[in-house]
Design a binder for this molecule. Structure first.
Ligand code: EPZ
Length: 430
């Protein structure tokens, strides 16, 4: 077992370079299933979710090679199965993209129900509604595997999403790329990774218009050719470092990013008193000049404040004076980290979708666990600010989404180490 040991109190200063976007990578890699030639994907983050989806493609017959730290070569021509039903598939949420990609390629997909971070119910009814509109029916096998099939090539149709869903938008896009005729997705999600997936598919010869707006039109094509493509920077990794810098009252240049993707986070950091300078591909965050203030945050689909930065921003708000209110408007149950933060001295009460934070109490070190990926990032930020030595366990969740977290934070001046420990040690805490 591994854990992070953080000696808190160091101020973050310097420069950090952001890796490729996890949530783009985990869609673009399965999208290669639709391609008729090999592809090379650059700026791939070196994180466990990416390794997992690569191994799943390998299990299905694809050739997947890491050519260097951030480049993946994928040859999908030998894929010989429409089934993805091993334990690997159960281990991640984004395995649901195999449904759309395999349906597009084979007109059939048998895929385990997706796993991933637990925020309460995570339905995929809108994905299935989209597939059904294109002529595919589905059944649930043994309560664990979704079997979706259509007798022939999928047919384009108009699909209105009842909820703005990132996954459903991307999955329907994948299924529609090689369908007959035109598919229109209305009330589509607009996240940067949706535009990235559309750009990737269009570079291969797909005809997708309107990605990044709430109406996406996809005209089906017969053939997709191989390309080299570079994934966008990770908006949430960048937002996490921006919160960490502000929480420690540091000054850091966050590089290799698209500032436009970060506008909602930048606006909130400015509101609480951080000085922010935007460059073409970087943002300078300076939280050292004056005391920071409270604010309220409501998470929303893009371009609103991202739910995936909510736990990190909430942790930052614990360090400023005054009462802040968070309204988690995307997921039902994304406050599991609150009990861990409370152990570190934070004053937060949760009422349904609201978290009320009484800020300004000094955080103190405690043994805490990462209850999910972003909750884990929040624990790391809390550890950086806390007095004493914080130990964060269950870091496998964090490593699903953050490349070289320890190295990047250490370069900024943090005192954080990854250490090995055994189960017996863990049981002492329980
Ligand atoms: C993606 O999850 C991200 N995951 C999540 O990031 C992120 O929190 C989420 O989008 C919202 O931005 C990946 O990209 C792999 P949704 P996804 O479908 O696609 C409801 C992280 O930390 N809904 O946009 O699963 C759903 O319950 C991860 O990196 C339905 O009701 O999210 C939720 O309330 C965690 N029916 C809302 O929509 C559906 O069929 C948004 O979910 C689908 C979703």
């Amino acid at each position: 077992m591994e854990k992070y040991v953080i000696n808190g109190g160091n101020v973050l200063n310097g420069e950090v370079s952001i890796s490729g976007a996890k949530n783009a990578a985990v869609a673009i890699i399965p999208a290669v299933i639709l391609c008729d030639e090999p592809c090379r994907i650059e700026n791939i983050p070196n994180i466990s979710d990416v390794s997992l989806i690569g191994r799943i493609l390998q299990e299905m017959g694809a050739e997947v090679k890491r050519e260097n730290k951030s480049t993946l070569y994928i040859d999908p021509r030998k894929i010989n199965s429409y089934c993805a039903t091993t334990d690997l598939v159960r281990g991640m949420r984004a395995s649901y993209y195999l449904l759309g990609a395999l349906l597009g390629r084979c007109h059939r997909a048998k895929v385990c129900l997706p796993g991933g971070c637990n925020f309460g119910a995570r339905p995929i009814d809108q994905h299935l509604k989209g597939f059904a509109a294109m002529g595919a029916r589905h059944e649930l096998v043994n309560g664990a595997i979704i079997d979706v099939r259509s007798e022939s090539r999928l047919r384009g149709n108009n699909i209105y999403l009842d909820v703005v869903s990132v996954g459903a938008t991307m999955n329907i896009m994948l299924a529609a790329v090689k369908a007959e005729g035109q598919t229109i997705i209305e009330n589509a999600a607009k996240e940067p990774h949706i535009v990235d997936l559309a750009n990737f598919l269009n570079s291969m010869g797909a005809q997708i218009r309107g990605a990044g707006t709430d109406t996406i039109k996809i005209r089906g094509v017969d053939y997709l050719h191989g390309i080299t493509y570079s994934i966008i920077p990770d908006q949430i990794e960048a937002g996490t470092y921006m919160c960490a810098v502000a929480a420690t009252r540091g000054k850091v240049l966050v590089k290799n990013i698209t500032p436009k993707h970060l506008e909602s986070i930048t606006a909130k950091l400015r509101e609480i008193g951080c000085e922010i300078k935007e460059y073409d591909e970087a943002i300078f965050v300076d939280a050292s000049k004056r005391p920071l203030n409270r604010c309220n945050v409501k998470t929303m689909p893009h371009p609103g404040f991202p739910t995936d930065c909510q736990p990190q921003f909430a942790t930052l708000l614990c360090t400023v004076m005054g009462t802040s209110i968070i309204n988690e408007n995307v997921w039902d149950n994304r406050y599991q980290y609150v009990s861990e933060l409370t152990m570190m001295g934070a004053h937060i009460s949760v009422e349904g979708r609201l978290a009320i934070i009484e800020g300004g109490n000094k955080l103190t070190a405690a043994p805490v666990k990462a209850t999910d990926l972003r909750a884990g990032a929040a624990m790391v930020i809390a550890g950086l600010c806390a007095e004493g030595t914080t130990e964060v366990t269950s870091i496998q969740y964090i490593e699903r989404g953050y490349e070289n977290l320890v190295e990047k934070l250490t370069a900024l001046g943090a005192d954080i180490k990854k250490v090995y420990y055994d189960e017996a040690d863990r049981s002492l805490r329980a």
